[in-house]
Design a protein around this ligand. Structure first.
Ligand code: SF4
Length: 301
């Protein structure tokens, strides 16, 4: 994964270009559309005309609808990655290769990884005010009402988790949501504003963590992946039962490379599977299953 940062974009590596853009002030939060246009000029000058992202946030797409996303580099910011991003203990997973959706996007789309790396540099170097001011821009000037964190990346530290909680309290009319494998970070200080919805990302390697940490999350998700779907059914049964008993939703995602086989093997569990994975013509904005909070929540800040 780290070798992807050394890929060339124009005359420089992706890593060099991200740092030059940072040092040149190309992503200072704008306070108007005019200031954004000025930033784009700075970005063009520094990149020598090579296309670079205009903003840290990305607008929605056909799958999610009008949901804005803020991403970080996968693996680098995923301290609790399982077989999704790192080789090693795979539990019930039988398969080869990394299944992280975002690593696969980053492989084919250097611009996507560049945006993620630029975001990481700025969050670490510039701190909370940088994130807050860009959020204000997309909320005030682009009408963002639902923001998803980390299509790529994850909660990588306790202080960064604190940033997201502050952000949700500074923008109470915006819904923020994220999926995470960084269970201990959330559990260490689970109180949060009602408009920050946090889902557990479980899979065949870490699914037992619901017993210890599940209570701190709004909903739980399970990534069904690998050759042996049937071997994962007892785990899925246990998760579905636990979710029902605890007033949370279980949402199942399917490894995209094996979509037809997994759909067939898990047909009995269709009610839990994300409708997008089943080929239903919808968007996250319409579906809302992931980010509608449960009715009674115990960890409101
Ligand atoms: S369950 Fe609904 S909200 Fe969640 S990812 Fe699938 S379509 Fe989006």
């Amino acid at each position: 994964m780290l070798t992807l940062f050394n890929r060339r974009i124009g005359k420089r590596t992706l890593r060099e270009l991200a740092w030059e853009l940072y040092r040149g002030g190309a992503y200072r939060p704008p306070r108007s559309e005019l200031e954004l246009a000025q930033l784009v000029q700075i970005q063009r000058r520094i990149s020598g005309g090579v296309p670079v992202p205009k903003m840290p946030y990305a607008p929605g797409n056909r799958k999610v609808g009008r949901i804005w996303t803020f991403d970080l580099p996968p693996v680098l910011t995923c301290p609790y990655a399982t077989f999704c991003g790192r080789p090693g203990s795979a539990g019930l997973y039988r398969g080869r290769g990394l299944v992280c959706y975002d690593i696969n996007i980053a492989r084919y789309n250097p611009l996507h990884l560049l945006r993620e790396y630029i975001n990481f540099i700025h969050v670490v170097r510039e701190g909370y005010s940088w994130l807050r001011d860009w959020t204000r821009f997309v909320v005030d000037y682009r009408g963002a009402r639902i923001i998803r964190f980390h299509v790529g990346g994850d909660l990588f530290s306790y202080w960064y988790w604190g940033y997201l909680k502050r952000l949700a309290s500074d923008f109470p009319h915006v819904t923020f949501y994220l999926y995470t494998r960084s269970f201990p970070i959330v559990a260490a200080s689970p109180e949060r504003p009602h408009n920050l919805v946090v889902l557990m990302s479980l899979d065949g390697a870490n699914y037992k963590a619901y017993e210890k940490y599940g209570a701190y999350f709004d909903h739980i998700t399970y990534l069904a992946a690998g050759e042996d779907a049937r071997g994962q059914i007892p785990a899925i049964d246990a998760l579905a039962k636990w979710a029902a008993q605890n007033g949370k939703r279980l949402i199942i995602f399917l490894e995209h490379r094996r979509l037809p086989q997994l759909r067939q093997a898990l047909e009995k569990y269709s009610q839990y599977i994300c409708p997008n994975e089943l080929g239903v013509n919808t968007t996250c904005e319409r579906c809302r299953r992931c980010f509608a909070p449960p009715r009674d929540r115990h960890f409101t800040a």
